[in-house]
Design a protein around this ligand. Structure first.
Ligand code: ATP
Length: 341
């Protein structure tokens, strides 16, 4: 099966073709880069309006060029893809609506099924699929989210989550205070290489965690003259330490010995190192997918879309309204067997 995926929840206008036969995924992305400050919903939507048709056209050209031989020379050739998957939520409403309109149009034009995919479950499932894990705990460390999920009885369950902002958004807010351009996460990672430890707030309450206090303290430390490298280093140690602590507790509570990482912040080497060391110490396996599948991308939408389509979980056009606040624990998981824990 070949599936076209379309992503556009916030900054990445992205389209991809995933072929389940060869397991190949080709991704085309045009990223929105704010001129100043963070992601502006209206500007992001304008970017989607221009860039989504372009990346979809590139992906469909790729699908046609790489179509299996039996499709060539056919008098009524098969469509270049067998289904169209799109990120239906969560995300910025104006961006989601553009993506959904594009997906509906292509699916109807090609006369193939439409699949509405939960963006957070796509972050998670791409890691589970590439690791070959059976029932992992999943840490989603992305821009707008930070949570731990485990599967039980037909749904992913929320094991722990942020009490305020997403982890990437928190880091980006700190770097906006420094007038650094968006996105801030890679710049903090770079600056942290020359930093030393200073104390910052560390807030974990059971399975919940909070970033707002630490971000205010980090801004204040810089304003008071603490070297920015030291603040960046300590920010990473505290924030990623919090995520690692709660991930370890989630493994312990569920009895799972598999951890997968998802989301754009997962590109950070220090976070991966901490999680990997924690897993080593308790004899668990850790997996982070390759970076192109960690940040927002249509590849993960196409991969989960293919799995859902194979399970018959497609979306009628009239039921395909976008869901900006769609929680991952609200999705009936139709593509896993009841034998999974
Ligand atoms: P979501 O998937 O929750 O909708 P999102 O749309 O913002 O979030 P992602 O691509 O998952 O998108 O993550 C983007 C975030 O990742 C940004 O906040 C960015 O600063 C952060 N990020 C990217 N690279 C790194 C890095 N090397 N270290 C830390 N953070 C990073």
């Amino acid at each position: 099966m070949r599936v076209l995926g379309i992503e556009g929840t916030a900054w990445a206008a992205s389209a991809a073709v995933h072929d389940t036969g060869t397991d190949a995924t080709r991704i085309f992305t045009d990223a929105y880069q704010p001129e100043s400050g963070g992601i502006h919903p209206r500007e992001a939507a304008e970017h989607m309006r221009e860039a989504v048709p372009q990346v979809v056209a590139e992906a469909l050209d790729h699908a046609r060029e790489t179509a299996p031989d039996d499709r060539e020379g056919d008098e009524s050739p098969s469509p270049p893809v067998d289904a169209v998957a799109f990120s239906r939520g969560p995300g910025l409403g104006p961006c989601l609506r553009i993506v959904a309109t594009a997906a509906r149009t292509v699916a109807q034009r090609l006369d193939v099924p439409l699949v509405g995919v939960n963006h957070m479950l796509a972050h998670l499932e791409i890691g589970r699929a590439s690791a070959g894990f059976s029932s992992p705990v999943c840490l989603n460390a992305s821009g707008a989210n930070a949570h731990l999920l485990g599967y039980h009885g037909g749904r992913y369950r929320m094991l722990g989550e942020t009490m305020d902002t997403g982890v990437g958004n928190a880091i980006d807010k700190f770097t906006r205070h420094l007038d650094w351009s968006h996105p801030g996460g890679p710049k903090v990672e770079e600056a942290a290489k020359d930093g030393e430890y200073v104390d910052l707030p560390y807030v974990v309450k059971g399975m919940e965690f909070s970033f707002s206090g630490i971000m205010s303290a980090a801004k204040q430390a810089v304003d008071e003259g603490v070297p920015v490298e030291d603040v960046c280093f300590s920010l990473q140690e505290h924030v990623f330490g919090m995520l690692t602590e709660v991930a370890e507790r989630a493994l312990s509570l569920t009895g799972s010995d598999e951890l997968v990482l998802g989301g754009g912040v997962g590109q950070n080497g220090r976070l991966r190192e901490m999680l990997s060391e924690m897993c080593d110490q308790r004899g668990a396996s850790f997996h982070a997918p390759e970076p192109r599948f960690l940040r927002d991308n249509a590849g993960m939408i196409a991969v989960l879309g293919a799995t859902m389509a194979a399970a018959g979980d497609t979306t009628a056009v009239e039921d395909s309204r976008v869901r900006p606040n769609w929680r991952p624990d609200d999705v009936p998981v139709t593509w896993r067997s009841d034998e999974d824990v």
